[in-house]
Design a protein around this ligand. Structure first.
Ligand code: FAD
Ligand code: SF4
Length: 471
């Protein structure tokens, strides 16, 4: 009966998966959304209008076949949906959880115009989570090995995207990462309340089953030289991310009590996972008044981690207004629900000191000026509006710049004026660097961005490598 209803989008509204109760949510490091049941997934997927030229597919950076797999789920054909979903996306269950869907696929859904967009992200997550739990695995039995092998440096979404496409084409990927688990920022950055760590552990098993080899706890340049890799492998892919935090360049930034966002988050993840090697790396904000500076995904992860550490009061101060925040609207809403206070149009100008420790942030109010080169309106300070906000701990979450290793020079790989690796998409071999045998993608090429764009670049670079190797 459900399959015959062409007006499902009117009869059934957009329903996101239920969230856990607030007390449970804010005291545990676990995802806050309950999974869809089979009926919920089918009902929500069937709201899709199957537009002839689906905008959602265009807006999705990996160009998923969204209406097609939504139809398969609504018909109960889960394994076919998982197979189709994996043709374009290496980590569909991760993207379903962490993509800012409101700015991507769901933002472009035709039903977003008053009826409520189809719950694309939650359906994508449901398909892969459930299919994998039921025993579905990517089928590579028809793949013919070519005898070629590629070294991939970095097991983040870019490196994994590259490895996936190469393995399916019969080229052996060997992935090196300095960390003890795969995932890059998916494991050592994004907190458990958005993405539980078991997801990447299961993914590693799936990838290993596809013939992808991981050499973890192995830093290229320290534990193995890049010269050895060049000798042993037919090509290299660099997907090493961006790890230099942007500074505020205001007085007091180095005071005790001021923390950088990523070390704070990574220290907390390592503490939870039992990977902690130095107890000083773990910062516990229990009982503290916390101010987080910044308005992106990293800032949202910091405020929500501080809530779970039982901070007394958590404030997020951002220099633009709410409409111009760069992060996912969904995560801002989740942070608000969890008790985080937002101060918009506040620009920090000094961390105030008391007996050698941070005790507050001096901020000046701003108003929105003309748009900058990215089209976002520039904040203009309002003279005379300075005020000090008291704080026991301040977290700086202003984003990241590339951190290219010294051995890039040895490889003759060119970087641009902001230290990003130059590897254009539009050329004979996509994402090839100035060294013909070396390809690159993800944050270290495009600057800090999204999981899904890193996956796309890794997958496209693999196409470039296959063309270059003529396999
Ligand atoms: P990374 O994920 O950084 O992976 C790079 C890998 O390279 C790492 O594992 C690193 O250990 C390894 N590596 C580096 N150098 C070496 C070396 N010499 N030898 C061996 N290994 C090396 N995006 C979203 O879409 N949604 C979100 O909700 C979201 N939240 C975020 C929250 C935080 C706190 C942060 C920091 C980012 C967030 N992002 C989010 C952005 C997203 O995580 C990144 O854009 C994405 O992970 C980039 O992928 P990548 O593969 O290029 O790099
Ligand atoms: Fe939407 Fe991201 Fe999935 Fe694409 S990968 S369909 S943008 S959730």
């Amino acid at each position: 009966k459900r399959l015959e209803n062409h007006f499902q989008f009117i009869d059934v509204g957009r329903n996101e998966p239920d969230k856990k109760l607030m007390q449970q949510r804010t005291t545990e490091y676990a995802e806050i959304y309950e999974p869809f049941t089979a009926d919920q997934a089918a009902e929500q997927s069937h709201r899709c209008l199957e537009c002839g030229n689906p905008y959602c597919e265009w807006k999705c950076p990996v160009h998923n076949f969204i209406p097609n797999w939504l139809k398969l789920v609504s018909e109960g054909n889960l394994f076919e949906a998982a197979e189709l979903s994996h043709q374009t996306n290496t980590l569909p269950e991760v993207c379903g959880r962490v993509c800012p869907q409101d700015r991507l696929c769901e933002g472009a859904c035709t039903l977003n115009d008053g009826f409520g967009a189809v719950t694309i992200g939650s359906s994508e997550k449901y398909i892969t989570d459930t299919a994998l739990a039921m025993g579905w695995r990517p089928d590579l039995s028809a793949v013919v090995p070519t005898g070629r092998k590629v070294a991939i440096i970095g097991a983040g979404p870019a490196g994994l995207g590259c490895a996936d496409v190469l393995a399916r084409a019969g080229v052996k990927p060997v992935v090196f990462d300095r960390y003890p688990e795969i995932g890059g920022l998916l494991t050592f950055g994004i907190p458990e309340f958005k993405l539980e760590k078991s997801v990447m552990i299961r993914r590693r098993e799936v990838f290993e089953g596809m013939g992808i080899e991981f050499r973890l706890n192995t830093e290229v340049g320290r534990d193995v030289s890049v010269a050895e890799l060049l000798e042993e492998y037919d090509a290299l892919f660099l997907g090493m991310g961006t790890y230099t935090p942007m500074r505020g360049d205001f007085p007091g930034e180095n005071l005790p009590g001021v923390h950088k966002a990523l070390p704070y988050l990574v220290g907390n993840v390592n503490h939870n996972l039992g990977f902690e090697q130095d107890s000083k790396a773990y910062v516990n904000l229990k009982g503290k008044r916390v101010v987080v500076l910044g308005g992106g995904d990293t800032a949202m992860d910091c405020v929500r981690t501080a809530v779970r550490q039982q901070a007394k009061h958590v404030i997020c101060a951002y220099r633009r207004d709410e409409a111009n925040m760069p992060g996912s609207r969904r995560e801002v809403a989740n942070a608000k629900e969890e008790g985080v206070e937002f101060l918009f149009n506040r620009q920090p100008i000094e961390i105030v000191e008391y007996f050698g420790r941070a005790c507050g942030v001096k901020m000046i109010e701003t108003e929105m000026g003309e748009p900058d080169a990215d089209g976002r309106r520039r904040p203009q300070p309002i003279p005379g509006s300075e005020k000090v906000m008291e704080a026991d701990a301040v977290i700086i979450a202003f984003g990241f710049q590339p951190s290219p290793p010294a051995w890039l020079e040895e490889l003759a790989v060119a970087t641009n004026d902001w230290q990003g690796v130059v590897a254009p998409e539009e050329q004979t071999y996509k994402f090839q660097t100035s060294n013909p045998r070396v390809f690159a993608g993800g944050d270290m090429v495009r600057g800090s961005d999204l999981v899904v764009t890193a996956i796309w670049e890794g997958r496209q670079a693999a196409e470039g490598i296959l063309d270059y190797l003529e396999v």
